[in-house]
Design a protein around this ligand. Structure first.
Ligand code: SF4
Length: 325
């Protein structure tokens, strides 16, 4: 018999806005007048998000084309100077623009940066010593943005070619988007607990310890300063979600979720689901296979609690991210 889903909370997520290095969208803003159009950003992902293109070097008036810059000096305080003319130092201008930009990104749910750029690179940007030698740093713009907005999901286009990092980033973007939506409403203890509860299995797939820490944070909300707890909660949550998920943790969550179907599924269906989870554990099939079966069975045997869990459909399925992990 099909159980009814009367109390399942509605699930919808507004379309995220993602800030992006303009050259990745194909804009001719690079120092040589070229671009670095990225096919995945401008193709599949563009169907589900809106972009806010930002080119810091053009924004500070360097023009197109312009003399190339690179990072020099101390890794703790690198300077962005002209490659041919070291007296051209645009560090302060880039930092001022980044501080201004950080203040304008309240509605943005993620940032995709151009790798290796002295302005936009997230990490491993070449840093030249004043007296020779090379180290690595972050681009000037990227560093300020990450310092000012530590919860904002940030990635580079090159790393997004890794299916696990790609899925991880998109997952964080959608969680953060839901959080931004949640914080638009009046903050209540009940709302906070509900938000946490609906992300239970998503967080558990990344870290059981983080799930317990988040639970402890929300365990005593009487008389506390709720906005302070909310700030601590989202910082811990976004940090936990950065953790790379492995098959073992997904298997653990899949088995937990499958447990809700026990009273409803017949022996053959139960066996098929268990085999799909085992095949996923052995890396014979991608995550989409057991997820597809779970979603299929929960459509026939809805469960109000699982129906509210974002783990089953954390972002648009058409992105196909779970086909590759
Ligand atoms: S990497 Fe950043 S600064 Fe360089 S062209 Fe692209 S958007 Fe502009």
């Amino acid at each position: 018999m099909v159980r009814q889903m009367e109390t399942t909370p509605a699930k919808s997520c507004p379309r995220p806005v993602i800030a992006v290095s303009s050259c990745l969208l194909g804009e001719h803003v690079r120092y040589d007048g070229g671009h670095k159009r990225d096919d995945w950003l401008t193709g599949p992902l563009a169907q589900f998000v809106d972009y806010r293109p930002i080119c810091p070097e053009v924004a500070i008036g360097l023009g197109i084309p312009r003399p190339p810059i690179h990072l020099v000096g101390d890794p703790a305080a690198p300077r962005a100077v002209g490659v041919k003319d070291p007296s051209l130092d645009v560090t302060d201008a880039l930092e001022d623009f980044a501080r201004h930009t950080a203040g304008q990104l309240a509605d943005v749910s993620g940032y995709i940066l151009k790798s290796r750029s002295p302005s936009c690179g997230m990490e491993r940007v070449r840093l030249y010593g004043r007296h020779g030698g090379q180290k690595q740093s972050s681009g000037i713009h990227a560093r300020v943005i990450m310092e000012r907005l530590p919860n904002l999901p940030v990635e580079e286009e090159g790393r997004l070619n890794d299916p696990i990092l790609r899925e991880n980033f998109v997952n964080r973007v959608y969680v953060y988007r839901r959080w931004q939506d949640f914080r638009q409403q009046r903050l209540t203890a009940r709302g906070l607990v509900d938000f946490h509860s609906r992300h239970k299995y998503l967080v558990m797939a990344h870290s059981q310890a983080a799930y317990r820490r988040l639970g402890r944070l929300l365990s005593q909300l009487k008389g506390v300063h709720l906005p302070g707890v909310a700030d601590a909660y989202i910082a811990e949550l976004m940090s936990a979600l950065k953790r790379r998920v492995n098959r073992g943790r997904h298997v653990n969550v899949l088995q937990h979720v499958a447990g809700y179907l026990k009273p409803s599924l017949g022996g053959d269906d139960r066996q098929e689901l268990a085999e799909a989870i085992a095949a996923y554990r052995r890396s014979e099939v991608p995550l989409i296979v057991p997820m597809f079966l779970l979603n299929h069975h929960f459509r026939h045997y809805p469960d109000p609690y699982i129906g509210g869990q974002w783990y089953l459909d954390p972002y648009p399925a058409a992105l196909g991210l779970r086909n590759n992990i």
